[in-house]
Write a protein of this length. Structure first.
Length: 249
């Protein structure tokens, strides 16, 4: 059972906005821990322990956890309790199918609409991302560096979506990125080495001005990631989760 770092002191974050409720603050903290891998897939969460740690009643904690259940980050079962969602192979494939559909449209719109300055920005981000991953491989980067790189990776994909000009599309992509990040953060950290210029080649296709080329490039990019993740996340020819959750009890 996981509740958070030992010591009994409250780690409740400061409000992002002055009118944040306790439930909103609890939601942001638990969500952040899921995305960081502090609460890995399969980890059980105790409402009472969280409430004690955060210095609040059970009600706002329950509201925060229910919101995370609704978003797919947690699952709650009778007589079992609340756990970080541990997806099946089929669920991961289905989510990547949705991600591919969303991001292929984003790529097409980017190819049609991006300005010269926006294309230069994406090319710079892609080059930096490739450099981050190369450094990661050479230095065997620690968990904080891996998290920073993964977040920059998400930022890269969301920036493409922003430039596409559809706020709703960008929001949908962000939801899928968050969910996949929480499910596969540990596993994704092991997909190395990446092909040379992995993100730079994608960016060049996006910046070509050809929607079909951009579409094909993002689909290949996402399918490569899915294939590699499934090899690492599950036992061969099976549907059993291979990765051992960190800190699970």
């Amino acid at each position: 059972m996981i509740s958070g770092p030992p010591g009994g002191r409250s780690l409740l974050p400061a409000p992002a906005h002055a009118d944040d409720t306790l439930a909103q603050r609890a939601y942001r903290l638990v969500r952040e821990r899921i995305l960081k891998g502090v609460y890995p897939p399969g980890a059980a969460l105790s409402r009472r322990r969280l409430a004690d740690e955060l210095g609040m009643s059970l009600l706002p904690v329950a509201e925060a956890l229910q919101r995370l259940v609704n978003e797919g980050l947690l699952e709650s079962r009778p007589r079992v309790g609340t756990r970080v969602r541990q997806p099946s192979r089929e669920e991961i494939r289905d989510r990547y199918t949705l991600r591919e559909a969303l991001e292929s449209q984003s790529a097409r719109l980017f190819a049609e609409r991006a300005t010269r300055a926006q294309k230069a920005e994406i090319l710079r981000m892609a080059k930096k991302l490739d450099q981050y991953y190369l450094r990661w491989e050479k230095l065997q980067a620690d968990s904080e560096h891996r998290l920073a790189v993964r977040r920059y990776h998400v930022r890269f994909h969301l920036r493409i979506a922003e430039i596409s000009g559809s706020p709703l599309l960008r929001q949908a992509i962000e939801r899928e990125q968050d969910l996949l990040f929480s499910w596969l953060s540990d596993t994704a950290a092991q997909v190395h080495p990446l092909p040379p210029r992995y993100h730079s080649e994608l960016a060049e296709a996006l910046c070509s001005g050809d929607p079909l080329r951009a579409d094909a490039a993002i689909r290949a990019h996402i399918r490569y990631a899915l294939d590699e993740l499934l090899k690492l996340a599950f036992t061969p020819n099976g549907n059993r989760w291979r990765m051992t959750p960190r800190g699970a009890a």
